[in-house]
Ligand binder design. Structure first.
Ligand code: PMP
Length: 414
């Protein structure tokens, strides 16, 4: 009966935002969710996006078309995103993949939707075992479990303030080889690893991709922060470029899955704009067609078709070259502010938890604080961050930086 339904655990990140809203203390700081705020603490619309919105507003047809989009999204969005991801971001191999019709594509409800559709497809036909970094974005486990994965495993990623790539690859080799009958998927954070902010070096990525390829695993690239590492969106697709290097990996026989989001890098969070691309092996056109058809089936059964407005904005930004140039400037500006905050905090903080703060990048500072210290920050200082000690840098600004750093120094002594 209904009464037998147990209470689910609150979302580890969004639950804190609700608690923050209820906090009545005057000096309170929300550093939980990864939403970019400017130096005045405001969530802003990127200038490129605001101009695209104006253009859409003044276009009668675009502005009044509230009808359904096709199941896997609007064709203009598909071609704009494909040419951004596989043209501009991967100029060596990408355009030929598109010409050969090897990329199956769906407009999705942001990065989460891409991961959900990908995991559903994988669980239906290919794999129910997935490897997730330890630590990782908590929703990875949630999404893959909810969509049919029965075996969720973790690979060591970060221990005592450093990446542990050797341990990671050793574990994969031992465990995957023990279990040759099972097809293993693996989630790889394409840049700005969440929550640690630390990514493998290019040399380490070669070893990682070599291992994943050699073990016959299915790579799922999670690209939620493209542009927030270097300030340049195409440059940050380096893992995708490396995975598509045909001299090294002739192909990924069970597909290469790319789950991409415009939430952070275009500030389109609530509009839910993203995509799933599945790169299929060469000379097998029916594979792409079959994948296309299954993506449609999956989307149709869950939400029928994606929403229109946000994807129209992204299409406009990507396809008008003056807007795309402005967008690159906007991303560079955001990234610059985040690294400035990082730098300023580094100068102010006195505590020893700083070891790799300057090497981290992206939206977060992974402090290494324990759950107990995070509790004290929240209860005593009204500073909210996630329990894993992750702090969203853009919530720090000139008005609260001293307060935040003093509180961090104080709790670091506990
Ligand atoms: N992957 C990772 C690692 C993330 O941090 C996020 C955003 N928090 C996402 C995917 C997807 O976010 P969205 O659904 O908002 O695009």
């Amino acid at each position: 009966s209904l009464e037998q339904i147990p209470r689910a655990a609150p979302d580890r990140i969004l639950g804190l935002t609700e608690q923050f809203a209820r906090d009545t203390r005057r000096q309170k700081v929300n550093l939980t969710v990864g939403v970019y705020k400017d130096g005045w603490g405001q969530v802003t619309t990127f200038p490129s996006v605001a101009r695209a919105q104006k253009l859409i507003d003044s276009d009668f047809e675009l502005n009044t078309d509230l009808s359904y989009l096709p199941i896997t999204g609007c064709p203009e969005y598909s071609s704009a995103v494909l040419s951004f991801l596989f043209g501009e971001s991967c100029p060596q191999v990408g355009p030929r993949l598109l010409e050969e019709g090897r990329v199956s594509f769906a407009q999705t409800l942001s990065g989460t939707g891409a991961l959900a559709v990908a995991s559903k497809l994988l669980a239906l036909f290919l794999s129910r075992t997935v490897w997730i970094s330890e630590p990782s974005w908590p929703n990875h486990q949630n999404i893959f479990r909810s969509n049919g994965f029965t075996d969720l495993r973790t690979y060591p990623y970060y221990q005592n303030g450093r990446l542990v790539v050797d341990e990671w690859l050793e574990k994969l080799k031992t465990e995957v080889r023990k279990d040759p009958e099972t097809r293993h998927s693996i989630i790889l954070h394409a840049c700005c690893h969440n929550p640690t902010g630390l990514d493998p070096t290019r040399e380490e990525w070669v070893r990682i991709l070599d291992t994943v390829h050699e073990l016959g695993m299915i790579p799922i690239l999670d690209m939620a922060y493209q542009g927030l590492e270097s300030g340049n969106p195409p440059a940050d697709a380096y893992v995708l470029r490396m995975a598509l290097d045909e001299k090294r990996y002739k192909c990924w026989p069970n597909g290469l899955f790319v789950c991409q989001s415009f939430a952070k890098n275009m500030g389109l969070y609530g509009e839910r704009v993203g995509s799933l691309s599945v790169v299929t092996p060469p000379a097998k056109p029916h594979v792409r067609e079959h994948v296309d058809s299954q993506l449609k089936q999956i989307v149709r059964s869950i939400y029928s078709s994606p929403p229109g407005y946000g994807s129209r904005v992204a299409t406009m930004v990507l396809s008008k070259s003056f807007l795309r140039m402005q967008w690159y400037k906007d991303v560079a500006f955001m990234t610059e502010r985040l690294s400035q905050v990082r730098h300023n905090m580094h100068n102010l903080l006195k505590w020893p938890g700083l070891m790799n703060f300057q090497q981290q990048h992206g939206m977060f500072y992974y402090t290494g604080l324990s759950p107990k210290q995070v509790d004290v920050l929240r209860d005593k200082y009204s500073i909210y961050m996630t329990m894993d000690g992750r702090l969203s840098l853009s919530g720090v600004n000139d008005h609260n930086i001293d307060y935040v750093c003093e509180a961090l120094d104080a709790v670091s002594k506990i």
